[in-house]
Design a protein around this ligand. Structure first.
Ligand code: ADP
Ligand code: MG
Length: 248
């Protein structure tokens, strides 16, 4: 008999669809996608351009609303929340890393990282400084984004996304703009957040070696999840993606 308890689900998508555009010319960006993410797991999402990866992430993070279906995050049904409740949930439970970093150019690294804390009503400079130090940027706290390399800016963006210690971290191509050394650092950091802090990560990536670092890789095509496999083997992931793109 197996007494291992089932890992707790922190994020669940149930038949989530998202349609854009006019009824006469609809774009079905997501079509009845169902997916569960357990606490302390890292899932990579791959698929051809336009297959719905960003839409999936945005719906799961409450940045976009599904046309139909349910998103359950930390036990809450997002569709049942008011705007204020959703904003509160995003502040306390969700971190989001955007591909373009989305840093505020006029603010220093530390001020950027402190933003989510300020929005949550806190003024915890210490936490912001610590988050930067954890990411090896303690000596860059007073630099503005343009004074930092791409890899450093991405680490600031990650510090900002994790400073509130969100249960679930969403990342849309977090290594897409980075050279391989900077990408490796970012992936190390994500692994650390998952393994040492039990945070849950849902990450879109085009890069098979980035996807290989995840525990699980989900493949999308035409707004649907068409396959999934374990992480680990970058070569096998690359082959699977290439096969999908050949028929897309
Ligand atoms: P991916 O991230 O996999 O490249 P997206 O989720 O960005 O794909 O897009 C999926 C589909 O939905 C594409 O056909 C895209 O053009 C369309 N789409 C995405 N966002 C919008 C939007 N805001 N308005 C209209 N169509 C959109
Ligand atoms: Mg995208």
């Amino acid at each position: 008999m197996n007494h291992t308890p089932a890992a707790e689900t922190v994020l669940s998508l149930r038949d989530v669809s998202r349609t854009y555009g006019k009824p006469t010319n609809p774009v079905h960006a997501l079509q009845a996608v169902s997916m569960d993410c357990t606490v302390g797991s890292w899932t990579a999402v791959m698929g051809p351009s336009g297959s719905g990866k960003s839409t999936l992430l945005n719906c799961a993070a409450g940045l976009d609303s599904p046309t139909s279906g349910q998103v359950l995050l930390a036990g809450r049904d997002l569709s049942g929340l008011s705007d204020n409740q959703l904003t509160e949930l995003r502040r306390t439970t969700i971190g989001f890393i955007f591909q373009g970093f989305n840093l505020v150019q006029a603010l220093t690294a530390e001020q950027n990282v402190a933003l989510p804390l300020a929005l949550a009503g806190g003024r915890d400079r210490q936490a912001a400084r610590q988050a930067l130090t954890d990411l090896g940027l303690g000596d860059r706290a007073r630099h503005r984004p343009r004074e930092l390399s791409g890899g450093q800016q991405q680490r600031v963006a990650i510090a900002r996304a994790v400073v509130t210690r969100p249960a679930v971290l969403f990342a849309d191509e977090p290594t897409g703009a980075l050279d391989s050394a900077a990408a490796a650092t970012v992936l190390e950091l994500i692994r650390h957040l998952v393994d040492e802090r039990g945070q849950t990560v849902l990450m879109v990536t085009h890069d098979p070696s980035a996807a290989a670092r995840a525990d699980r890789v989900v493949f999308m095509r035409d707004g649907q999840v068409v396959n999934e496999r374990a992480g680990g083997d970058a070569g096998a992931i690359a082959a699977e993606l290439a096969a999908m793109e050949a028929v897309a």
